[in-house]
Design a protein around this ligand. Structure first.
Ligand code: EPU
Length: 343
């Protein structure tokens, strides 16, 4: 593993974003250790370059080329800490593939993240948007995060509380550029109950005797359920859910429920969360496609890059979808992936 940093120029990012948008980085560095990260940040400061931290590229849209320095997080390594009484802490370096880490934990008999199988991306990106699926969120098991504080240029440890997790949100999203995640620590257990409440999972498991289920069997069930609805980015380039499920006030919800009695919703303490997929589906978008981009035919929340679509193509379709949902339901959809690059 090299300690010295290599900076490349004009690097294609097409294979490094799951929407397969053709874009280039003016400068690019593979980051394999914290030392290289510090060198890269110093280089960017000296040359007045903007930086972009890139993990698996599964939650961003390149609106154009990136005119700065891309830091491709390639730190690898996983280990166990504090193994005691059936619980243990799984330590993952930021560049570890998330799904492989889930399978590793599940195969080792540890519970806590099996419902998060097949989520694309890296371990280091997982806390940024507090990844979640099938009734489980990363914040349920996250113990702490080791990160480089880019203001102090010091490695710091942030607890789950420091991370201020919320639905697809965290302190990292609210303070872009301040921290770069180096390592995540997850507290897993051999004994905590499996979470099997999510309807799709229940339907799949059917008559299975859940008392005998292992975390590996649950991970495999989640994979099967996801594969039915969510497209494989290697086959149909996409960024997962393109919009967050919107939250509306109880009074707005009452009005919607009167006009649309079948509306899919999840009550919260201070509002009602709506299924964005249902809204988009009802607005008639499911399966839509133009020459380059479209909406998945089995999950209306997923935008697909069918054939060489640019960031502009993707964002134009997203705007059309938002506009029609606004018109039909009066509900504002918020994009889940971040937009980067200059148009
Ligand atoms: N629905 C439709 N039409 C569709 C798809 C879904 O009407 O085309 C309805 C379904 O019948 C269901 C509801 O919408 O009643 C919700 O659908 P689903 O259960 O598929 O979940 P979702 O809310 O659309 C969320 C996450 C996914 C996660 C699944 C499973 C968000 C934005 N999305 O989707 O996360 O995998 O639940 O837990 O929270 C991601 O973030 O990239 C992602 C894929």
């Amino acid at each position: 593993m090299s300690q010295t940093l290599e900076i490349l120029d004009e690097v294609s990012l097409e294979d490094l974003n799951t929407m397969a948008i053709a874009a280039t980085a003016r400068h690019f560095a593979d980051i394999e250790n914290p030392d290289q990260l510090k060198q890269a940040l110093n280089y960017a400061r000296e040359h007045r370059l903007e930086t972009l931290v890139l993990g698996g590229g599964s939650n961003l849209v390149f609106a154009g080329n990136f005119d700065g320095l891309v830091l491709h997080m390639a730190l690898r390594g996983r280990s166990w800490e504090q193994v005691e009484d059936g619980s243990a802490v799984l330590v993952l370096a930021a560049g570890e593939n998330w799904h492989e880490a889930v399978m590793y934990a599940a195969r080792s008999g540890y519970r806590g993240i099996e419902n998060l199988a097949l989520i694309p991306g890296t371990a280091g990106a997982a806390p940024v948007q507090n990844i979640g699926a099938y009734g489980v969120e990363l914040c349920d098991t996250l113990q702490n995060v080791t990160a480089l504080d880019c203001e102090l240029m010091e490695v710091v440890t942030l607890t789950a509380e420091d991370c201020q997790f919320a639905y697809r949100d965290s302190m990292f999203k609210r303070n872009p550029g301040r921290y770069i995640i180096l390592e995540v620590r997850l507290r897993l257990s051999r004994h905590i109950p499996l979470k099997l409440d999510y309807q799709d999972l229940q339907d799949y498991l059917g008559e299975t005797n859940t008392a005998e289920l292992t975390p590996l069997a649950v991970a495999e069930a989640v994979m099967a359920v996801r594969r039915r609805k969510l497209p494989d980015p290697d086959v149909l380039p996409n960024a997962g859910s393109f919009f967050k499920n919107p939250v509306v006030s109880p009074s707005q919800f009452e009005g919607l429920k009167e006009r649309f009695p079948d509306i899919v919703c999840y009550p919260l303490t201070d509002g009602v969360k709506l299924a964005a997929a249902w809204l988009i589906d009802q607005a008639g978008w499911k399966g839509f496609r133009n020459a380059r981009v479209g909406i998945h035919n089995r999950q209306a929340l997923v935008l697909i890059n069918h054939s060489g679509g640019s960031g502009d193509d993707v964002l134009a379709l997203a705007e059309e979808v938002r506009g029609s949902v606004r018109k039909k339901f009066g509900v504002e959809l918020e994009m889940e992936p971040g937009i980067v690059g200059t148009r």
